[in-house]
Design a protein around this ligand. Sequence first.
Ligand code: SDX
Length: 428
Amino acid sequence: MSDFAELHFNGEVYKIPIIEGTENEKALDISKLRGESGLITIDPGYKNTGSTKSAITFLDGEKGILRYRGYPIEQLAEQSSFLEVAYLIIYGELPNEEQLNKWRVDITYHTLIHEDFKVLLEGFPSNSHPMGVLSSLVTSLTAFYPESLDPVRSADEVYMNIIRLIAKLPTIAAWAYKNEIGQPLMYPKNDLDYCGNFLKMMFGTPSEDYEPDPVIIKALNKLLILHAEHEQNCSTSTVRIVGSSHASLYASVSAGINALWGPLHGGANQAVIEMLEAIRADGGDANKYLEKAKDKNDPFRLMGFGHRVYKNFDPRARIIKKAADDVLSKLGVNDPILDIAKKLEAAALSDPYFVDRKLYPNVDFYSGIIYRALGIPTNMFTVMFAMGRLPGWIAQWKEMRENGEPIGRPRQIYTGENERDYVELSKR
Ligand code: SDX
């Protein structure tokens, strides 16, 4: 294989180096292109543009492959726990028993958040969307931990910044929910595991004890693992570019939370359920909505379908679809929108519009059905996605800083007015 490509332009020939990754992916290294040829490239949405080299996640969109640090997502979802996967993603290796115990203990003992968070929470109107509360309160961690503003001062500081964020996000999320529904805040309990603690803070009340169902804890672990990392997606790229200005981890992750909120990205899991409920309310006619999705004059999209990278089944969707059947049957939940989702999927997968465009169910298509069965309210679904994606955001931010990557500052092609002189008001 040639290790460079030739660009012929204006009578000149430019050699552009080809780089190759450990999974034989190849890229043109254009880092010197403008200096040598005066040319830049342009690629709206970065559909063909790599922003970095990373050792964290490998995706193969054609084959539906997803691996965290080389481990297949199917094995991790079945055999691991969310905290163990978080350690793997951030530090690159599965922890041994001593490392895992220390990781768990350090996280458990930092789940409490400062009482002044209550003052911040009271400032939000009761109908505030929890994603807005979450990103605001994550940024406010910089106020409670000002040392985090110099995020890479020492390895110990970086570790503590990471521990505090992973430990406190579930507490912040559960408090945002309790604040929204006007229920008393519940405090973390150190004798519960990560998912059990979150569920107790979400659904427990001072007036009655709440014991998280092991089926729900297992399902939540699996969902968080499946959402934990996904290379250079929109929100992770946001975390990287904000972090590239040497902003703190907390400020960078808060930006990622806001990027994830969009309905084309992590907000899709909420949009899927709203779509399925609308279809159900309208008589459950899947084909009617498929036609709407295909109609270019209709803004309706089949939420939970399609993906920038996966042009085959999203491997996470395959696992979540099976888990949805398992969880609903174990919990004895019969949710009619699961049947609508399956009808919609079957119809789309045999429709030329979707087949030709390689539009398959993505991670968001079935996840909301499980969250619903777990009792999690719809407007908390993207918060669940953020909780899952946190290790990925942290790992990518850490890798970018450790690799000393430059501040992100894309170029552009100007298409505005050419130079013209100022015209005084009386002459306009
Ligand atoms: C996530 O990047 C990641 O890794 C993201 C994620 C992660 O883990 O971080 O996997 C999580 O964000 C999953 C995606 C969740 N979003 C949705 O489910 C929203 C619905 N999907 C789409 O909006 C869309 O498929 C995207 C945003 C996911 C991908 O958009 P692209 O890659 O920019 O593709 P496109 O919009 O250019 O679509 C290509 C064609 C177009 O038709 P033509 O112009 O060729 O005729 O497919 C059509 C689109 O109109 N199309 C759809 C469609 N998705 C694409 N038509 C109907 N319904 C859809 N859902």
